[in-house]
Design a protein around this ligand. Structure first.
Ligand code: MN
Length: 183
């Protein structure tokens, strides 16, 4: 994880957003029992969108979802992968001033814990299919992020699809057990 792109895009003397620390994130997965947090931030920028962020490896994996997190398994929502954000961004709410990157207002729309269904999140990201459960205040259940084939051709940004999975059970106790049960 690197915050370089995040920091390059922003002027922290102008925006109230957190700068993030320079410390290198550990190159190891967190302890399996440690809770991982997610947040959905409603971002009224030039175009309203929802920023979906998953804590991983000391940063927040981030996707911009123009139409919001789907709750109907029949709906696929475009999710554009954007630069990793610092962990502190997960509690950020406020106004990004005019002229700054992402100018507009940010409010927390949902938050809670998430749990990957795969034993290796890094492998799932490389593969382009990340299955997980959210245990938020609004969002509960299983979702999958799938990278699209045309994802990286037009621009450097990766396009993914965010899809609600059909089963709606509360996240199972063990990630591996959950992944097997749903197959
Ligand atoms: Mn945004």
């Amino acid at each position: 994880m690197s915050l370089r792109e995040y920091q390059r895009k922003r002027h922290f003397t102008e925006t109230p957003e957190p700068a993030g620390s320079e410390t290198e994130a550990a190159d190891t997965s967190p302890h399996p029992a440690a809770p991982l947090h997610f947040v959905v931030q409603k971002h009224r920028a030039r175009q309203l969108h929802y920023d979906f962020r998953l804590e991983w490896d000391g940063a927040l994996l981030s996707w911009a979802v123009p139409k919001g997190i789907p709750t109907d398994p029949k709906t696929r929502r475009l999710a554009v992968r954007v630069e990793d954000h610092p962990l502190e961004y997960g509690t950020f709410e406020g106004r990004i001033p005019e002229g700054q990157y992402g100018a507009g207002t940010v409010e927390i729309w949902d938050e809670g814990e998430w749990r990957p269904d795969d034993s290796s999140v890094n492998a799932a990201l490389r593969r382009g299919e990340l299955r997980f459960h959210l245990m938020g205040k609004r969002l509960k259940g299983g979702w999958v992020l799938v990278r699209t084939r045309f994802g990286e051709t037009r621009s450097k940004q990766q396009t993914w699809l965010l899809i609600k999975r059909k089963e709606d059970a509360v996240a199972p106790r063990g990630a591996a057990a959950g992944a097997q049960r749903e197959r």
